[in-house]
Design a protein around this ligand. Structure first.
Ligand code: ATP
Ligand code: MG
Length: 637
């Protein structure tokens, strides 16, 4: 067996040989003639001359060996629906959807915007687009009309696929009125809207534009729609970044490189084997949903479990903090992918729930999206008794940049570290102002990638090559490297630690401080459950740090004296850890922090509210109360 070090070294030193080998994991219609074209940096073209199709590799390819095996397992604790589609059945549904889209005029290269809840039809729609060569643009169902409108405007879709409503914690969220409003706001108008009627919310149709999936499906029940053979470099989809730090960027991805990257990561990182079941708790609206709910597991010949609902509610709609473990047992899930925020929710449940089910099928739990704190990691690792594998990546990368590739070589994980650079990623740490490479252990720098970026990585920003180059490749003086905009350090064994985002730096009286370090200091206080620190404009000092803390003991929220005492203790702790400069000007206590639904702290919004500005695009917030509390507290100040 090769060591990971050798495997990695080859990927960087001989990328053509390395990736040509990985490319054998998928099926090509026409073989490629050139592995990596990096003639015009930073743009990379992978597998030129080759033709393939994502849907072929995810579905059709498996019909020969596993037509009757499970492909899509759909479970909704919101509607009580639980249904398994075999590869043959999935193939049928995808063809019906593909035929319907074609009937609505969709052609190769056209955009189809998908604004849908977590229902099986959303998976059919994505795969159908891939099948006919349409570019899908999935917009997270938690977005409201304003954000949706700007994405319709940017993507200019010929057709939108949507549904009457989503549902969250038993509460119906009508989508159709939001979509109608978004189309009204947008100057671009789609020609048709294809709607799934779940029977959750009344849905008046716009004559001449709106079509029901049930009608079209019936009309195209037996249609055969062959896969469109796509150039490897043809666009498969666009997806927007979370917008945690700024205006969302339309990340554009290719076809062949992405398929190879996913096939390789399913093998080397996620250890997925054909016939097994993968369960990613993310949403199709995020990149994890694209890569590891839909395409990755299916390309690997696995069944993928698609879940709609909270992690704390059962199929009978009664509270059930063990629902995910029940599903792991029932479907013999071997690999599970989630986010630290979801684990923190589960951590509040009865720990006995973890022992109630037979979880022996599970080999590993992968977590990504935000820093994995040690208490959360320890709790879940003790509970599950399987490796907990953190992985660091971005919408831009499409698959992990830092993690552990256990199928190449077993390696220990390290608390607080998402791991080591994955094959194909030439990861470097650079000094933030000189741009010099940091080679000594434990030096803090900006995490960057040297080109060529590996297969699966974004091609460009949709319709905006200039923004792609200027945003990502020009931030370090004198060097063309891709900036992740995250801080990191590397220890003596090569493990990386992510220390927060480069724009989470505040400037207090001329001193630059990372809000993440202040947060870590505060988290070390036993009375703090969760914390967010933002920089707020200050006429005297430029900026000051403002801390918002969810106390372990909620009594603090109601008891002014207890709050003052805890505030004093926390400030003292920051003084001791980082010095008085870093001390927040105030520590405020809240019951919940504003987060996106993927668990990212909305620091940008907190900061805006603190400075009395409009909080911006907040519609994917989990809990609207969270920001109101901060607004009230700041108003009272
Ligand atoms: P935008 O770029 O629009 O501001 P965003 O960066 O939040 O939004 P994503 O692509 O969803 O959008 O998130 C990627 C970021 O999430 C990374 O750059 C990093 O800051 C953080 N992140 C992801 N995984 C991890 C991890 N395992 N550990 C620490 N941070 C992580
Ligand atoms: Mg980002």
């Amino acid at each position: 067996m090769t060591s990971y070090a050798d495997f990695y070294r080859q990927s960087i030193a001989q990328p053509d040989a390395f990736w040509a080998e990985q490319a054998r994991l998928i099926e090509w219609q026409q073989p490629f003639t050139r592995v990596c074209n990096y003639d015009k940096p930073p743009f990379v073209h992978w597998f030129e001359g080759g033709t393939t199709n994502l849907c072929h590799n995810a579905v059709d390819r498996h019909l020969k060996d596993r037509a009757s095996q499970a492909a899509l397992i759909y479970v909704s604790t919101e509607t009580g629906i639980e249904k398994t589609y075999s590869f043959a059945e999935l193939h049928g549904e995808v063809q019906r959807m593909a035929a319907s889209l074609k009937a609505l005029g969709v052609q190769k290269g056209d955009r189809v915007l998908i604004y849908m809840p977590m229902i099986a039809e959303a998976a059919f729609a994505m795969l159908a687009c891939a099948r006919i060569g349409a570019i899908h643009c999935v917009v997270f169902g938690g977005f409201a009309s304003g954000s949706l409108a700007s994405r319709i405007e940017d993507a200019t879709p010929r057709v939108v696929v949507s549904a009457d409503a989503g549902s969250r914690g038993g509460k119906v969220v009508p989508y159709k009125p939001l979509l109608d409003e978004a189309i009204r706001l947008s100057s671009h108008k789609p020609e048709a809207v294809l709607l799934v009627d779940r029977g959750l919310s009344p849905m008046p149709l716009v004559a001449g534009r709106d079509q029901l999936w049930s009608d079209l499906r019936a009309r195209h029940l037996d249609d055969q729609v062959p896969c469109e053979w796509m150039a490897s470099t043809d666009i498969s989809y666009t997806i927007y970044t979370s917008g945690t730090t700024g205006k969302p960027k339309g990340v554009q991805r290719d076809t062949g490189g992405y398929a190879v990257a996913l096939a390789a990561s399913m093998k080397h990182i996620f250890e997925g084997r054909p016939g097994e079941t993968f369960f990613s708790t993310s949403d199709i609206g995020w990149v994890v949903g694209h890569s590891y709910i839909i395409y990755g597991p299916l390309i690997a010949g696995m069944a993928t479990l698609m879940y709609e609902g909270l992690p704390t509610q059962g199929l009978d709609k009664q509270p059930d903090g063990g629902i995910w473990w029940r599903l792991v047992e029932k479907y013999k899930v071997t690999g599970m992918f989630s986010a630290p925020t979801a684990v923190r929710v589960l951590k509040k449940q009865d720990p006995a729930l973890l022992r109630k089910y037979d979880l022996s099928s599970l080999r590993a739990l992968f977590l990504a999206g935000e820093p994995l704190d040690e208490p959360t990691a320890r709790w879940i690792s003790e509970g599950l008794q399987v490796p907990i594998i953190d992985n660091y990546w971005q919408t831009e990368s499409g698959w992990p940049i830092l993690t552990i590739a256990n199928a190449v070589e077993k390696k220990a994980t390290r608390f607080g570290s998402p791991g080591i650079p994955m094959y194909g990623y030439n990861v470097k740490l650079l000094h933030e102002s000189t741009g010099e490479e940091l080679t000594q252990p434990n030096e803090k720098g900006v995490v960057v990638l040297e080109g060529p970026t590996p297969p699966g990585f974004m091609q460009t920003i949709w319709k905006d090559d200039a923004r792609f180059v200027n945003t990502y490749w020009k931030s370090v003086p004198g060097k063309m490297v891709y900036s992740t905009f995250d801080w990191g350090i590397r220890d003596e064994d090569g493990y990386y630690f992510i220390l927060g985002r480069t724009d989470d730096v505040i400037n207090v009286a001329g001193h630059r401080l990372g809000t993440r370090e202040i947060e870590e200091s505060i988290s070390g206080h036993a009375g703090a459950a969760e914390v967010a620190v933002v920089g707020v404009a200050d006429s005297l000092k430029g900026q000051v740090a403002m801390a918002f803390v969810v106390p372990k003991d909620s009594a603090v929220l109601l008891d002014a004296a207890a709050a003052r005492k805890l505030e004093g203790e926390i400030m003292k702790r920051v003084d001791q850890d980082l010095g008085a400069l870093a001390r927040p000007s105030r520590v405020r206590f809240v019951s919940v922090l504003p987060k996106t639904r993927s668990g990212k702290l909305l620091r940008r919004a907190i900061q805006a509210v603190c400075e009395g500005r409009d909080a911006g695009d907040l519609t994917t917030m989990d809990d609207p109360v969270a920001l109101q509390q901060i607004r009230d507290l700041m108003g009272a100040a």
